[in-house]
Design a protein around this ligand. Structure first.
Ligand code: FES
Length: 57
């Protein structure tokens, strides 16, 4: 499923970057460009980051 339509970044790619150590919207953006254009997908990226926090907590 595509999360960031501006940059064609899938949910899986974002999750992979979070697992690899990205711990903020800015860091995810730096790694795969998600959220760096219109910003419309940032709430979804934040939700994935929050989910990852819960999983590792
Ligand atoms: S949908 Fe992700 S930056 Fe526009």
């Amino acid at each position: 499923m595509i999360v960031c339509h501006c940059n064609a970044v899938s949910e899986q790619t974002i999750v992979d970057e979070i697992v690899a150590g990205a711990d903020s919207v800015a860091e995810v953006g730096a790694r795969c460009a998600a959220g760096t254009t219109c910003g419309g997908c940032i709430p979804r990226i934040e939700a994935l980051l929050a989910l990852a926090d819960e999983v590792v907590a």
